[in-house]
Design a protein around this ligand. Structure first.
Ligand SMILES: [Ca+2]
Length: 100
């Protein structure tokens, strides 16, 4: 449960290389406060504190945003956000998605 790294340190550590077909856009970079808030949201939905959102955690997030969601929609979002296709959404992938 305790991650000694701050959101920014965690992000900076992950931000060294592009993920799959996209990378974090410096021209649209988030403020420290925005990153902090996004990190809080990310951690909130990361129920098992794995540091990544699984498909079911993504589904819960989409449910809280949109109400009931179709499998097809969850699959669609997953395919857009999961840039390295490992089946999980990292905080970096989450931030990149939040930029677009
Ligand atoms: Ca991924």
């Amino acid at each position: 449960m305790s991650d000694p790294r701050t959101a920014e340190e965690s992000f900076a550590a992950d931000n060294k290389k592009p993920v799959g077909r996209k990378s974090y856009r410096e021209d649209k970079r988030f403020s420290h406060q925005e990153i902090d808030e996004l990190y809080k949201a990310f951690k909130f939905f990361d129920k098992d504190s794995s540091g990544c959102l699984s498909r079911s955690e993504l589904r819960n997030m989409l449910k809280s945003l949109h109400g009931n969601v179709e499998n097809q929609y969850v699959n669609h979002v997953m395919s857009q956000v999961d840039l390295n296709n490992d089946g999980f959404i990292s905080f970096q992938e989450f931030l990149i998605a939040a930029q677009s």
